[in-house]
Design a binder for this molecule. Structure first.
Ligand code: NAI
Length: 706
């Protein structure tokens, strides 16, 4: 077995009549320039070498190939021939059979490379897919042309437009691979497979020469069906439709023409704001756990046991998050009755998932077995982390924390799930404020991925690092925020909701506001969100806060009037809407209430455009977000984006409110805010930071990188 050619990034050896090309470009075997050049050379060499009867293409380390090299984006190296998309054709044009030996994550360009090969064998551990759509782009290296020819039009169109990946077994079932190897070395298995193919006289098998399985008419029907689905699931986005168009070209075009069309569509997608936004979201999520003044290698505390105080709505959901990750958790309540009610709710919750076929009996039992219970506060003594989720009252919280101070072991992390109270004040009830922080989960806590990690004045650095790691372990995205009313997310939500109220008083109906906001891309408009959360809860909070809130920050009295009618939202079948099942139906009774409110305020109702609705709601978010940054309550604008992507259904393909502001242009945002300020007064005054950045022609992105 001699190494005949290649460079450090690609190694070649020969095993009997089989030439083996090994990509060796850590960490993911991306197709950097030197990899592409070496593969091209080796293919040419093997083509001429009469002792080579077949080739195997495999990857060393963790996976087969990670596709195009992101480090090369925007550099001239990317353009060096063969470019990634040409490389796949070069592999395919080889005159000797080429077998792809797939293992590990083989996604995007990695799978496209495997599709350029003539045969595919996979390790059982592989994941295969073309998830480009999730980054706002399309598979641009032949993927939209080859996958449908190989696995069938419908399957390919669905996989590519949704960005779904499959495991090895499914890959075999749909014909994406020819075989699954055993657990051993995939490269060796591929060499045997290649030798067998030679023995059988199997020749090259080029996917580009295969026929698509549908005629244009039948294909068009499938395209229409998929498009209709995307219009619901991917409203407002472009990438899924671009993917569909590119896949659909296989119905009417030759491989060559479709391949050229794919390149054009791919270029448009790469240049789109949507793709920039999705890439921003991806990096924002990676950045969020880096805390400038906390060393990355700071020693973490061990978290093996968790205790939760309160088995209410939040306590139960939080306990489930830990149990789902296999961490033992003890729920403590003040009475057996409350405890049993809480546990029953957890069980019912799991059972509903089980009945939907998304949780096996065994997994449900394993999760329930992670949950212990007690009515004795002494049970916190063993916990490494205690999360308090009792009633939202300062006196109650402080007395709980005094008890915790007495009972919890030294070094235990003491967390409060408060959503509105001052974490510093809660910490002050203990003699160890350095061990106290806020862990603000969102409801339903077992589902929502956002976790605001509230760093109080005295919180020690190591516990921030510890809970950041822990959040990942329980499937949450932790964002470190400072102490202020509502922290980051809910503080921004307040002016957003206030605008929704004002819009309704000025002339819009709740359904108009929701429609405009949903067309912008939010999963739900503000009124549907309120109905889902329960109007009685907002009303109770509002009444409690009315004493301390300035008049111009209070909610509209409409909320109270709706509640007085027993309309608490979805759970009572009526709120801002009436509900037929889950669907919200506009209600004349609400319209009458809304109109009466305008009249009482002496407002002449006017038509309000969708554009104004979006600007007033979304720009109020941006302005509040800028104030939060100015006050140092979030570390980066991109952290604010992560809060909104994970906690509030902000459209990911717009990157988050702060990134969206960058894409609109901060100058433009400030000009609009100035106009609103002139019309409606001080609440609209642009934040100093926003104006400063706009005046300097800068952006939040640049501010983050400062
Ligand atoms: P809840 O009223 O459903 O549950 C509170 C539970 O705590 C009750 O079961 C009560 O019996 C128990 N409890 C009271 N005192 C206790 C004590 N000394 N020891 C043990 N258990 C005690 O309230 P929910 O909604 O779960 O809220 C809990 C906390 O989470 C509050 O601070 C709230 O602000 C916060 N939060 C609530 C969110 C929500 O959407 N519901 C979202 C984020 C935070």
């Amino acid at each position: 077995m001699a190494v005949t050619n290649g460079n450090a990034a690609v190694v070649y050896r020969q095993s009997g009549g089989v030439g083996v090309i090994v990509i060796n470009n850590p960490p993911v075997n991306a197709l950097a320039k030197q990899v592409r050049l070496a593969i091209a050379d080796l293919l040419a060499h093997a083509g001429k070498d009469s002792t080579v009867r077949a080739l195997v293409l495999c990857g060393s380390g963790r996976n087969f190939c990670g596709g195009a090299d992101i480090r090369e984006f925007n550099t001239p190296d990317r353009q060096v021939r063969p470019m990634t998309r040409h490389l796949m054709n070069l592999v395919e044009s080889c005159s000797k059979p080429v077998v792809a030996a797939i293992h590990g994550p083989t996604l995007g360009g990695g799978l496209e490379l495997a599709l350029g090969c003539h045969y595919r064998i996979t390790h059982p551990d592989a994941t295969l897919g073309l998830p480009e759509v999730l980054r706002g782009v399309i598979p641009g290296a032949g993927g939209t042309q080859r996958l449908p020819r190989l696995v069938g039009f419908r399957t390919a169109a669905e996989m590519i437009t949704l960005g779904t990946s499959v495991d090895a077994a499914t890959a075999l079932e749909i014909g994406l691979v020819d075989r699954i190897a055993g657990e051993g070395d995939i490269c060796e298995a591929a060499v045997s497979y290649a030798a067998k193919l030679v023995e059988q006289g199997a020749g090259v098998r080029r996917i580009s020469e295969m026929e698509i399985d549908l005629d244009p008419v039948a294909g068009e029907t499938v395209v229409a069906e998929i498009r209709a689905g995307l219009e619901k699931s991917a409203r407002g986005m472009q990438a899924p439709f671009r993917c569909l168009e590119s896949v659909a070209s296989t119905l009417t075009m030759s491989f060559e023409d479709g391949w050229a069309r794919e390149a054009e569509i791919s270029e448009e997608a790469v240049a789109s704001i949507e793709s920039r936004s999705l890439v921003h979201a991806f990096f924002a999520e990676r950045q969020v756990s880096k805390i400038p003044d906390i060393p990355a290698d700071i020693a973490r505390r061990n978290i093996d046991k968790v205790a939760i105080l309160g088995a209410g709505t939040m306590g139960g959901g939080i306990a489930m998050s830990f149990a789902n990750a296999g961490l033992p958790v003890t729920i403590i309540e003040n009475s057996r009755e409350n405890l049993d009610r809480g546990l029953a709710r957890i069980e019912a919750n799991y059972d509903a998932t089980r009945k939907r076929g998304r949780l096996s009996d065994d997994d449900m039992a394993a999760r329930m077995a992670c949950i212990y219970d007690s009515t004795d506060m002494d049970a916190v003594a063993e916990a490494d982390l205690v999360i308090e989720a009792v009633f939202e009252e300062m006196d109650v919280k402080q007395s709980v924390f005094r008890e915790l101070d007495r009972l919890a072991k030294p070094g235990a992390i003491l967390a409060t799930n408060t959503s509105t109270l001052d974490v510093d004040e809660i910490a002050a009830a203990t003699g160890r404020p350095e061990d106290v922080l806020g862990l603000h989960f969102f409801s339903p806590a077992n589902v929502m991925t956002l976790l605001e990690i509230v760093r109080a004045e005295k919180t020690s650095k190591d516990i921030i690092a510890t809970v950041l790691d822990l959040s990942r372990k329980i499937g949450k995205t932790g964002v470190v925020v400072g102490v202020c009313d509502g922290f980051v997310g809910n503080r921004m939500l307040a002016p957003y909701f206030r605008q929704a109220d004002f819009l309704v008083e000025e002339g819009a109906l709740p359904q108009d506001v929701d429609r405009a906001i949903e067309a912008f891309g939010f999963r739900m408009g503000p009124f549907r969100v309120s109905d889902l959360a329960g109007l009685d809860i907002s009303w109770a909070i509002e009444q409690r806060r009315a004493e301390t809130r300035p008049a111009d920050e209070r909610f509209s009295p409409l909320l109270g009037r709706i509640c007085e009618r027993g309309r608490y939202g979805q759970k009572t079948g009526a709120g801002w809407y009436t509900y037929e099942g889950r669907s919200a139906v506009p209600d004349p009774e609400i319209e009458a209430l809304v109109r009466a409110r305008s009249e009482e305020m002496g407002i002449e109702r006017r038509d309000i455009t969708d554009e104004e609705i979006v600007q007033r709601c979304v720009y109020s978010l941006i302005n509040e977000g800028a104030k939060i940054l100015e006050e140092g309550l979030a570390i980066r604008a991109s952290d604010v984006d992560v809060v909104w992507l994970h906690g509030y259904g902000f459209p990911r393909w717009r990157g988050g409110p702060m990134f969206y502001a960058d894409t609109v242009g901060l100058e433009e945002v400030v000009a609009t805010l100035d106009r609103f300020h002139a019309d409606w007064g001080d609440k609209w005054e642009p934040a100093g930071l926003l104006r400063e950045l706009a005046d300097a022609g800068s952006s939040f992105k640049e501010w983050d990188a400062r």
